[in-house]
Design a protein around this ligand. Structure first.
Ligand SMILES: C[S@@+](CC[C@H](N)C(=O)[O-])C[C@H]1O[C@@H](n2cnc3c(N)ncnc32)[C@H](O)[C@@H]1O
Length: 204
């Protein structure tokens, strides 16, 4: 009797319980299936454009479903930061544990070509003082003409932070993000997620 061919590793993986399989999948750097419209826009439009046009990139706030972004930015100088030490495993090789409100303690001024600040307002930075400090810190670490992407859920309390922020009006100018043709998206999907695009003004 001829020996049976070995089942592929993937066929064998079917016997691994679901949550463990998902973790293995993500640890291998495989993308999490896209489940929402806003994530699709982020992963298929915004991040590829940022990766293509900006070399040194900071992504703030890491989760299991953002772990594979390091592969999207494999040709960039890609950095991540989160204040929760447990999130380091989902970050870039160049990851820092620290607060977005103190980015300028972790990175030199005018260091990044782009900062992606998505899903942090309302998910840890919940008051105006924190929002102001984080936006000012993003501006400080951006090079002149650098791109800031702010992603936020259009809920009353988060909209309040964005609208009340004076820092977002200081030295940052709304900019049309070419692949989408807007300075700010309409609220997307049930989470009413919005992406706002800014460029850091060169000092006069
Ligand atoms: C909803 S998740 C968003 C993750 C990711 N940025 C994204 O695009 O989906 C919020 C993340 O922000 C992190 N976070 C919240 N407040 C923070 C702060 N002040 N500084 C750094 N990270 C923070 C949390 O630990 C969490 O990982």
């Amino acid at each position: 009797m001829s020996p049976q061919p070995k089942p592929s590793w993937w066929k064998r993986a079917r016997h691994v319980p679901g949550r463990l399989r998902t973790r293995l999948w993500l640890l291998l750097g495989r993308p999490m299936p896209i489940t929402s419209q806003d994530r699709k826009v982020l992963e298929t439009v915004i991040l590829p454009e940022v990766a293509a046009k900006h070399h040194r990139v900071l992504f703030v706030g890491c989760e299991i479903y953002t772990a594979h972004y390091r592969t999207l930015f494999r040709r960039n100088d890609y950095h991540t930061l989160d204040y929760d030490p447990a999130k380091q495993r989902y970050g870039a090789r160049q990851h820092k544990v620290g607060s977005a409100t103190e980015l300028d303690r972790h990175y030199a001024a005018e260091w990044f070509d782009a900062v992606i600040f998505n899903g942090v307002l309302g998910y840890g930075i919940d008051d105006l003082a924190g929002a102001e400090a984080a936006i000012a810190a993003c501006r400080t670490v951006l090079k002149p003409e650098g791109l800031l992407v702010v992603g936020w859920n259009d809920r009353t309390e988060v909209r309040g932070l964005v609208e009340a922020s004076q820092e977002i009006k200081r030295g940052l100018k709304p900019v049309v993000f070419a692949p989408l043709g807007v300075v700010q998206t309409e609220p997307l999907d049930v989470g009413r997620h919005v992406y706002s695009f800014f460029v850091k003004e060169a000092e006069q």
